[in-house]
Design a protein around this ligand. Structure first.
Ligand code: AHG
Length: 283
């Protein structure tokens, strides 16, 4: 697993340089979800694919930017599902973006995730790694290399609220729930990039990030294998919770297709329990 994390550290530097120096225009292609790809999406994907090609423990790669599974090393043990540049549509306005990695052993379902990691490209590069049974570890670049800063745990209750999805397409009980949090004193923190938004909630002790099912997207927007499950693992390891709209732990998801999405809610315990009440979910 160390070689995988070292590879993620190496690609983080390369992608950061690409973000800072490359053409921000669109490529001629779409990704598997039908979204136009930026040249940077494609470039970041190639950087990651090339870097993992020589890592023997990696059997397969599944990219948010590509259809299907890329077979790498027959004798490998792990499949890495990754979103090379999440929130890339924010690069042109110079907001933070990220790369997300889910490391799976065996069939691609949440219970087979053995570790996850994400990189935040902001004013500085930060890396969070979660492994089983341990609180996620934050690293920052000091003196040109990643140095571990400390493990991250969330409080029982936070102060931040990051509500995703188009509000006019929310159902009434979701709108009431979000309004009630604001009425309780929660502050809005939503950039449109799940990596910096979820990172902020974790580092500031807690709160809620939601991306519900909506009338235009009943199954939500965020992809299970590359986005939802890796962050669900992070939040649980940090002492928080991560559930879907039925109250199921996101760590129990079994995607039927690599690009399946799910409504998702990540938070500290207080907010997730409040959500369950608002959604009529029994514990
Ligand atoms: P993209 O990579 O296409 O920019 O999408 C970003 C994702 C995720 O990072 C973020 O939380 C969410 O989409 C934002 O979606 P909305 O704009 O619908 O809020």
């Amino acid at each position: 697993m160390t070689t995988i994390f070292d590879t993620i550290k190496a690609v983080a530097f390369e992608i950061d340089t690409a973000i800072k120096t490359s053409d921000l225009g669109y490529s001629d292609s779409e990704n598997s979800s039908g979204e136009d790809q930026l040249k940077l999406d494609v470039q970041s994907d190639i950087i990651i694919e090339k870097a993992f090609a020589s890592v023997a423990v990696v059997k397969n790669l599944v990219s948010e930017e590509k259809e299907g599974v890329l077979e790498l090393n027959e004798g490998g043990k792990y499949t890495i599902c990754y979103d090379p540049l999440d929130g890339s549509s924010l690069v042109d306005v110079n907001l933070s973006v990220g790369s997300i990695f889910g490391i799976y052993e065996g069939e691609l379902k949440a219970e087979n995730l053995v570790a996850s990691a994400y990189v935040v490209y902001g004013p500085r590069i930060e890396l969070m790694i979660a492994t089983k049974g341990e609180a996620p570890m934050l690293s920052r670049i000091i003196g040109g290399e990643f140095k571990e800063i400390g493990s991250v745990t969330m409080g029982e209750k936070g102060k931040l609220n990051a509500p995703g999805g188009t509000q006019q397409n929310w159902c009434d009980y979701h709108k009431t729930f979000i309004d009630d949090l604001f009425a309780e004193g929660y502050r809005l923190r939503y950039s449109g990039g799940m990596v910096p938004d979820l990172h902020q909630i974790m580092l500031k002790g807690g709160g809620l990030f939601s991306y519900p099912g909506t009338s235009d997207k009943p199954h939500g927007k965020l992809r299970q294998l590359f986005e939802v499950i890796p962050f669900a693992f992070m939040y649980e390891q940090a002492g928080g919770q991560a559930i879907n709209n039925k109250g199921m732990r996101l760590m129990e998801l079994v995607p039927s297709h690599p690009h399946d999405t799910s409504p998702c809610f990540f938070g500290s315990n207080y907010e997730i329990e409040a959500l369950k009440k608002a959604y009529g979910i029994k514990n």
